[in-house]
Design a protein around this ligand. Structure first.
Ligand code: BGC
Ligand code: BGC
Length: 736
C-alpha cells in the first residue's frame, strides 16, 4: 500500500460531505452516516436506498487506491433507529430496567439483522457508559448505575450484534461489527456535562466506568470509540495511556479504535483538519465527518516528515484491515450485506414488544388501580398518548428525534392506540383525548407524559426537575377533581423529580423511552378478559429515583432495584413535593423564557412604553404578557455565551405563547441579526432555525443579548417559552 492509501484507511467521512467519486482521489477507509445524514440527502430513505448508497461507496472503494472496500458505520443505538420501518427497541435505560442479558442478546441479533439488511456493516453501539449524574443528556444511552449489569450487557450485546467470533472465519453476513463506547468514563463527567471532564480517581475509573470493556473485548468487540470527554483534564482522544497502554495493552484489544465526531479537534494543539497527536496516542480511525479532506492532507504530510511514525500507521492500518477481514469484506468473494425485505419482520417486532413490557417499572399502584379491569371505561390523555416521538426519544430518524411520527413506523403502535385496542379486546371502552376532555366519564385515565426528545448536550439539565410542557399538573388535578382514577405513564430518558405528579396519581409507571411497539406497554397495563394481563411488571429501577431535583441524588425516593409487582400490596404515601433547588434560577444557555419567567443568568430589559405582567396561559402565571404603547423592544441580556455548537446542527429558536394583538411585523433579533415574523393572532408557536440568523449576519461566538423582540405601538404578545430546541427537519427562514 502507498502512504496515501494507508492514511486514507485511517480517516472516516460522513455521507453528507463526501461522494463515491471522491474516493478515486481520496482513498478513505470508512464512511459513516451521522444522526442527521440520510441516503442521498433523504432523512427517511428506506433500506433499499441505504443499501444502494453503501454499494456505490463500496464499488468506488474497490476501484480506488489499493482496492480495499470501505467500512460503513451508523448509529443503530436502539434498533436500526435511523431507518423508518425498522424495529425500535427501548433506549438502553429501559433495557437496564429489564435486568435480562438473554433478552439483550436477542435485541443485538435483531438489530444486526436489520442493519445488515440495509447493506451496512457496523453500528456505533453499545454504549457502556455508567452514568453518575443524571443531568447528563445522554443518561438514557446508558444501561444502569450498576457496573456489573453493564458488564453483563456488554457481553450479551456484543455477541448478539456480531455473533460469536471464530478463529480464521468472518462473522456471519447477517451480523455487524459492534462498538464499545465511549471510552472512557463518558458517564462520569463533572456535573453530568456532556463532553465534560471526569474528575475522578483511577480507582473509580476502573471500578465504575471501565467494567463494560473487558467483557465486550473478550466477546470479540471489533471496535471501540473514544469519548469526547476528558479524564482529569486530559481529552481521551489524545490520551496515550488510556488508548494504547490500557485498552490495547492491558485489556488486549486487537480491533480498531475509532474517534468520535471531530473529537480529535478538541485536543489542545489540534484542529479538526490537523491532529497527529490523536494517532500517536492510539486512535486508529478518525471520525472526520466534514473535515476529512484537510485531515487527510495534513496527516499525509505528517507521515512524510516523520511526525507520525510509520510503525504507528502500520499498526492502525493492520487493525482496520483485521476488522474488515472479520466482516468478510476482503478477499475474492466478499460478503454482501443487504436484504431489505426483513426489516421490521414480525418476529423482530415481537422482541421489541417483549422488551418494552419488561422495561416498565411500577413505582406506585395504590388501591390496585392497575391492571385496568376487563370492561373498564378508559381515557388515554396527555401529550404522550399518541406520540411516537415521545416514546421513541432521541436518535430516532433524526439525531434529536424531535419530528418522528407514527408514519415512520407503520408496524409500530403508539402507547395510547395500543391501550385502546387492548381495552376493547377485553370488552371495555377506551378513547384518546390528549387534553383530557371527555363526554362520558371514564373509570380511569391513563395519562402519558414526560420529556420531549433530545440527544447529547441538548438534553443536559441544570437539575433533575421534570419540566412541564403542556400543563400536565393541571391535567392530573382536573381528572382527579372529576373523580377519575389516574394512572401516570411517565416517558423519560432518566428518573426525574416528579413528586407532585406522583402524589396526583393513583398509579405511576416509569416507562422510559419504550420505542415503536406500544403494545408492550398495553400487555402489562391492561387485563384481558380472564382478568389477567398478558405480562406482569418485572422491571426494576436501573438508577435511583430522586426525591427532589438535587443531583447527584443523595436520598433517593426509590432506590435502584425498586419496582413493584402485581403481587405487592404496598401503598406509597404522600411524597416530597419540594424540588429543593430554585427552578427558575438555574436554566441552560439555550433557555431564555421558561413558564413565563426569565431564568438566570438572563435578565429582562424593557424599552419605555412596554408593560409586562404575569398571566395564565395553561397554568397559574405560566406566561408574561407584553403590551407595546410605543415602538420598542424587550431584550434578554446576560453574560456572553457560546452557541456555536447549537449552530452546527438543526437547532431553532422556539417562541411559544399567544399573539394577543398584532401591529405589523415583529422583529426578532438573535445574536445581532434581525428577522421579521408576522404570525396570526391567537396561539403562537414560532420556530426560526439558527442558521437563518447566521445567514442574516449573526455571530454566535460570544452572545450577550441572545434575544430581542421589537414591535410597534399596539402589539401585545404573551410569552410562555423562548428557547433553543432541536428541530430535525428543514424549516424555511423568515424575511430579513
Ligand atoms: C456521538 C456518538 C456517535 C457519533 C456518530 C457523536 O456525536 O457522540 O455517540 O456515534 O456522533 O453519529
Ligand atoms: C450528527 C450526529 C452527531 C452530532 C455531533 C450531528 O449532526 O448527525 O451523528 O453525533 O452531530 O454533534
Amino acid at each position: 500500500m502507498t502512504l496515501e492509501e494507508k492514511i486514507g484507511q485511517m480517516i472516516q467521512a460522513d455521507i453528507s460531505a463526501i461522494t463515491p467519486e471522491d474516493l478515486a482521489k481520496y482513498p478513505l477507509g470508512s464512511i459513516l452516516a451521522g444522526g442527521n445524514s440520510g441516503p442521498y440527502g433523504d432523512e427517511r430513505g428506506d433500506a433499499a436506498k441505504w443499501s444502494k448508497l453503501v454499494h456505490e461507496f463500496r464499488k468506488a472503494s474497490a476501484k480506488a487506491g489499493a482496492g480495499i472496500p470501505i467500512l460503513f458505520g451508523i448509529d443503530a443505538v436502539h434498533g436500526h433507529s435511523n431507518l423508518p420501518g425498522a424495529t425500535l427497541f427501548p433506549h438502553n435505560i429501559g433495557l437496564g430496567a429489564a435486568h435480562d442479558p438473554a433478552l439483550i442478546q436477542r435485541i443485538g441479533e435483531v438489530t444486526a439483522i436489520e442493519v445488515a439488511a440495509s447493506g451496512i456493516d457496523w453500528t456505533f453501539a453499545p454504549t457502556l457508559a455508567v452514568p453518575q449524574d443524571l443531568r447528563w443528556g445522554r443518561s438514557y444511552e446508558g444501561y444502569a448505575a450498576d457496573p456489573a449489569l453493564v458488564a453483563s450487557y456488554a457481553k450479551a450485546m456484543t455477541v448478539g450484534l456480531q455473533g460469536p467470533l471464530a478463529p480464521g472465519k468472518p462473522i456471519p453476513a447477517d451480523r455487524v461489527a459492534a462498538t464499545a463506547k465511549h471510552y472512557l468514563a463518558d458517564g462520569g463527567t463533572d456535573g453530568g456535562k456532556d463532553q465534560g471532564d471526569a474528575l475522578i480517581s483511577e480507582r473509580e475509573l476502573v471500578a465504575r466506568h471501565a467494567q463494560g470493556y473487558p467483557p465486550a473485548i473478550n466477546a470479540g468487540a471489533l471496535t471501540v470509540m473514544a469519548s469526547f470527554s476528558s479524564w482529569n483534564g486530559a481529552k481521551n482522544h489524545g490520551n496515550r495511556s488510556l488508548l494504547t497502554d490500557v485498552l490495547k495493552g492491558r485489556m488486549g484489544f486487537e480491533g480498531l479504535v475509532v474517534g468520535d465526531w471531530n473529537g480529535h479537534g478538541q485536543i489542545p494543539g489540534c484542529s479538526v483538519t490537523d491532529c497527529p497527536k490523536t494517532f500517536t496516542a492510539g486512535l486508529d480511525l478518525a471520525m472526520a465527518p466534514n473535515s476529512w479532506k484537510g485531515l487527510f492532507e495534513a496527516t499525509v504530510r505528517e507521515a512524510k516528515d516523520g511526525t507520525l511514525p510509520m510503525a504507528r500507521i502500520d499498526d492502525a492500518v493492520a487493525r482496520i484491515l483485521r476488522v474488515k477481514a472479520k466482516l468478510g469484506l476482503l478477499g475474492v468473494n466478499p460478503v454482501d450485506r443487504g436484504n431489505p425485505s426483513i426489516v421490521g419482520a414480525d418476529a423482530h417486532l415481537a422482541v421489541a414488544r417483549e422488551a418494552a413490557a419488561k422495561s416498565l417499572v411500577l413505582l406506585k399502584n395504590n388501591g390496585g388501580v392497575l391492571p385496568l379491569r376487563p370492561g373498564a371505561k378508559v381515557l388515554i390523555a396527555g401529550p404522550g398518548a399518541d406520540s411516537m416521538a415521545m416514546q421513541a426519544g432521541g436518535w430516532t430518524i433524526t439525531w434529536q428525534g424531535t419530528d418522528t411520527t407514527a408514519a415512520d413506523f407503520p408496524k409500530g403502535q403508539t402507547i395510547g392506540r395500543a391501550i385502546v385496542a387492548a381495552v376493547k379486546d377485553a370488552g371495555g371502552s377506551a378513547a384518546i383525548s390528549a387534553d383530557g376532555n371527555f363526554s362520558e366519564k371514564p373509570d380511569v385515565a391513563v395519562v402519558v407524559y414526560g420529556e420531549q426528545p433530545y440527544a447529547e448536550f441538548q438534553g443536559d439539565m441544570p437539575n433533575l426537575a421534570f419540566r412541564e410542557h403542556a400543563g400536565e399538573k393541571a391535567l392530573l388535578a382536573k381528572l382527579k377533581a372529576q373523580g377519575v382514577k389516574v394512572v401516570s405513564v411517565f416517558l423519560s430518558g432518566r428518573p426525574l423529580f416528579a413528586g407532585p405528579e406522583i402524589n396526583a396519581s393513583d398509579a405511576f409507571v416509569a416507562a422510559w423511552l419504550p420505542g415503536s411497539q406500544g403494545e408492550g406497554v398495553a400487555d402489562v397495563l391492561v387485563a384481558r378478559k380472564d382478568g389477567k394481563p398478558a405480562r406482569g411488571f418485572t422491571g426494576k429501577l436501573p438508577f435511583p429515583w430522586p426525591a427532589d431535583a438535587v443531583s447527584p441524588v443523595k436520598t433517593p425516593l426509590f432506590a435502584a432495584g425498586y419496582g413493584l409487582t402485581y403481587a405487592s400490596k404496598a401503598v406509597v404515601g404522600t411524597v416530597n413535593e419540594d424540588p429543593k433547588v430554585d427552578l427558575v434560577a438555574s436554566a441552560s444557555e439555550g433557555v431564555y423564557f421558561a413558564l413565563g419567567k426569565v431564568p438566570s443568568p438572563w435578565h429582562l430589559s424593557l424599552d419605555p412604553g412596554i408593560a409586562a405582567h404575569a398571566v395564565d396561559l395553561g397554568a397559574q402565571e405560566d406566561a408574561q404578557q407584553f403590551s407595546w404603547s410605543e415602538t420598542g423592544a424587550i431584550g434578554i441580556d446576560g453574560p456572553p455565551v457560546d452557541l456555536m455548537r447549537q449552530l452546527d446542527e438543526e437547532f431553532a429558536l422556539k417562541l411559544d405563547g399567544r399573539l394577543d394583538a398584532a401591529a405589523g411585523p415583529i422583529a426578532v433579533t438573535m445574536a445581532g441579526a434581525t428577522l421579521k415574523i408576522s404570525p396570526p393572532v391567537g396561539p403562537l408557536t414560532v420556530r426560526i432555525p439558527l442558521r437563518c440568523f447566521l445567514e442574516a449576519g449573526a455571530s454566535f461566538k460570544a452572545v450577550g443579548t441572545p434575544l430581542r423582540i421589537a414591535g410597534d405601538k399596539g402589539l401585545s404578545l404573551t410569552l410562555r417559552g423562548a428557547s433553543i430546541e432541536g428541530v430535525g427537519q428543514t424549516i424555511a427562514c423568515p424575511a430579513k
